[in-house]
Structure formats: structure tokens, C-alpha cells
Design a protein around this ligand. Structure first.
Ligand code: LMR
Length: 398
């Protein structure tokens, strides 16, 4: 069957991790995939997760199926995290949430659901965007279009161009937005700008789909909610894909959620019925473990507090690495101004390193960076920062 079929290309992010694993160079550094590393260079299991797992292990009585949309407590807790416990959306019951296998699973389920009811819509993605967005929505059957987002000269959001693009989106099309910590650029809209974008979405009648994979990695769990809050305030339909891979460190548990917000509770019931029908024919119902862990942590006062503290530690370590990288390059006499890296948010920086430099770093120094120059700052530690700064300075000062 495969004799005449060409091999598929390796994934631009996860394929890099495979190459990194196989690299025998002891000094190798992985700045590719968006996975948090602590100061020791390991991806830890959070203490609050370990504590929750202990409780779950002792109390667990069955491995029977979860409901199609997952554990109901999980859905309720995810909504509180998204909208705030006292939000109008929760009080009026106009949002429904299903546990999905990771942020990717949530986006794909949302894509399948939208395709059923908006078969001729286009999905608009930011320029640039996370590489997998394209695959997820084209595989769900959508044609893609791009809206302007990042200005490589100013290293910031080109808000005028963004608005000009979004003005042209026809009613009924879908606009995929990064709710915070834009991947790959690390530059975000502020709350005022989100208000303008949300109002525009309502006026034009396009449907926002917020990819919210990094809640808590910008300024904090509550502070990072602006996009969701502004769309909620408009009262129109929108979708949110959450991921708990990063903020709970639950990467391999595939724990995410799709939340569909409607104008009324009555419509939300209809949305949930179709959400369940969509999930049933893909993976039937979700894996339990990650969702039970998240639900327990969020619903328990002590564990919740502990989680917020651990999340703060992760966020602050990444910020410290941003400062260290910029200072390290200045110290080595690099003439390019990299100071913008310190104001970018989340795990990533669009470093401005060209593809030929990215290749040089990999071939000569075993430093792995995603094509296009996206660096995962969380892969830097005090043990490898000098090595990385030396390598970048060597190539840029040459
Ligand atoms: C990333 O962008 O590196 C992460 O979201 C991991 C992934 O699945 O690509």
C-alpha cells in the first residue's frame, strides 16, 4: 500500500523534538516545543498535581466511562476559570463546556462542529500563527484566510492593519484569535484593543474562536482573561479552546476543553447537544485522569492557591530568562537590539533570527529553534543561557 506513497514531512514543532532526542551532542538545548522547563532543565509535575493525584488514587472507585462532555465538575470549574466565578455568562447559563483531549482536540472538535453549521465559512488565522492551526482547520474542511497581526519592524501588533483586515471578514466566517500569549510572536492586544475587536466581531457578524492555551502565562489567570471577557460582554456566539498542558503541566494527559458561548441558555442547550454528537463519533468520551486532577485542584481552596503560586513561579522564571537572554546578548556585544524580548509575553519570542541562523544553530551548536525564529524561553536555564548567548553572538557578530 505504501510503495508509491511519499512520506509526510515531519511536524515543524514535534518533529523537532524527535530530532532533538536523537541528537547525541551533550550540550544540546531544546528551545523548540512549547514545554516549560524548571531551573534544572526538567519539566516538573506540579506539587498541586501530585497532591491531587494522591487523593484521586485513594478515592477512585471506578474506571467506567465519563459522560461524552466529561466530568460535570470539570466543566463548571473550567467556566469559572475562563469567565470568573461571578460572571454573567455563568449566572445565565449561556456557556457549555466539554472536556477535550488537549487544546488541539478542543480546536478540532470546534472545527468539526462549525463545519456542520457553517459549511461555506472561511477560517481566518493570524499572520503568523501556530503551525498546527492550519492543519486542524483545513483537515476539518475549511478554506483559510489570514488577517494581519505582527509587524516585524516594530516587533509588535500592527493594530491598525489587524482592524483593517478584520473589517473585511464577511458575516458568518470564523476568526481564530489567540486570547493571550500569542504563539509564535509573544505579542498581545491590550484590554482596550480586545474591546474594539470584540465590538467589531459583533458588528460584522463573524464568529470568534479564541485559542486560550496559555492562561496565566501572561500576567496572571485573571489578568489574562480580557479577550474572553470582552467577547462575553458582546452577548454573541463565540468559542473558546482551553489547554491545561502548560498551566497545569499536564502535557501528556491531553487535558483541554471546548467552551461554546451562546446568546442564551436555551441556545446553549442546543449547542451542547451538537457538541456531544460531534465528540461521540470522534473519540466517544474523554480520558478521565487529567480532567479529574484539574477539577479537584480548581475546586479545592488549598490546592487552588498552591496551583496559582506554582503558576506564578513558572511565569516569573520565564520572564527572568527573557531578561537574562537580552542582557547576555548585550554583554557579548551583539549590535541588534533584542530588548523587545523582555516585553513579549508567554513562553515564546519571535526572536527575529532568520531561518539560516536557525539552521546554523542546530547544525553547529545543537540548539533547536522552530523555523521562523520562534524561541521557547522556558527552555533556557542558568546552566545553558551562556552557551546559547555565546552561540547567538558568534553567529550574529561573525
Ligand atoms: C507549541 O506550540 O510548541 C506547543 O503548543 C506544542 C505543540 O503541540 O505544538
Amino acid at each position: 500500500m505504501w510503495q508509491k506513497i511519499e512520506a509526510a514531512p515531519a511536524d515543524s514543532i514535534l518533529g523537532l523534538t524527535d530530532a532533538f532526542r536523537n541528537d547525541p551532542n551533550p550540550q544540546k538545548v531544546n528551545l523548540g516545543v512549547g514545554v516549560y522547563k524548571d531551573e534544572k532543565g526538567t519539566t516538573p509535575i506540579l506539587e498541586c498535581v501530585k497532591a491531587a493525584e494522591k487523593i484521586l488514587l485513594s478515592e477512585e472507585v471506578t474506571k467506567s466511562y465519563l459522560p461524552i462532555s466529561g466530568d460535570p465538575l470539570y466543566g463548571r470549574e473550567v467556566q469559572k476559570l475562563l469567565f470568573g466565578a461571578d460572571s454573567e455568562v455563568i449566572k445565565t447559563g449561556r456557556a457549555v463546556t466539554a472536556h477535550a483531549p488537549g487544546g488541539t482536540g478542543a480546536l478540532r472538535v470546534g472545527g468539526e462542529l462549525l463545519k456542520k453549521f457553517k459549511p461555506t465559512a472561511k477560517v481566518w488565522i493570524s499572520n503568523p500563527t501556530w503551525a498546527n492551526h492550519k492543519g486542524i482547520f483545513t483537515t476539518a474542511g475549511f478554506e483559510l484566510a489570514t488577517y494581519d497581526y505582527y509587524n516585524p519592524t516594530t516587533k509588535s501588533v500592527d493594530f491598525e492593519a489587524l482592524i483593517a483586515s478584520l473589517e473585511t471578514v464577511p458575516s458568518g466566517d470564523i476568526v481564530l484569535l489567540h486570547a493571550c500569549c500569542h504563539n509564535p510572536s509573544g505579542v498581545d492586544l491590550n484590554c482596550e484593543q480586545w474591546k474594539i475587536v470584540a465590538a467589531l466581531g459583533k458588528e460584522k457578524g463573524w464568529i470568534a474562536f479564541l485559542d486560550f492555551a496559555y492562561q496565566g502565562f501572561g500576567d496572571g489567570v485573571n489578568e489574562d482573561r480580557c479577550a474572553v471577557e470582552e467577547f462575553a460582554a458582546t452577548g454573541v456566539d463565540f468559542f473558546v479552546a482551553s489547554s491545561f498542558s502548560k498551566n497545569f503541566g499536564l502535557y501528556n494527559e491531553r487535558c483541554g476543553a471546548l467552551t461554546v458561548v451562546s446568546p442564551s441558555a436555551k441556545e446553549a442547550v442546543v449547542a451542547m447537544s451538537h457538541l456531544k454528537a460531534t465528540i461521540r463519533v470522534i473519540y466517544s468520551n474523554p480520558p478521565a485522569h487529567g480532567g479529574l486532577v484539574v477539577a479537584l485542584i480548581l475546586s479545592d481552596e488549598e490546592l487552588h492557591k498552591q496551583w496559582l503560586a506554582e503558576l506564578t513561579t513558572m511565569r516569573e522564571r520565564i520572564k527572568a530568562m527573557r531578561e537574562a537572554l537580552v542582557a547576555g546578548l548585550v554583554k557579548r556585544g551583539v549590535k541588534e537590539d533584542f530588548s523587545y524580548i523582555t516585553s513579549q509575553r508567554g513562553m515564546f519570542s519571535f526572536s527575529g533570527l532568520s531561518d539560516s541562523i536557525v539552521k546554523w544553530l542546530r547544525d553547529n551548536k545543537a540548539i533547536y529553534v522552530v523555523g521562523g525564529g520562534r524561541i521557547n524561553l522556558a527552555g533556557l536555564t542558568s546552566s545553558n543561557i551562556d552557551y546559547v548567548c555565546d552561540a547567538i553572538a558568534e553567529v550574529l557578530n561573525a
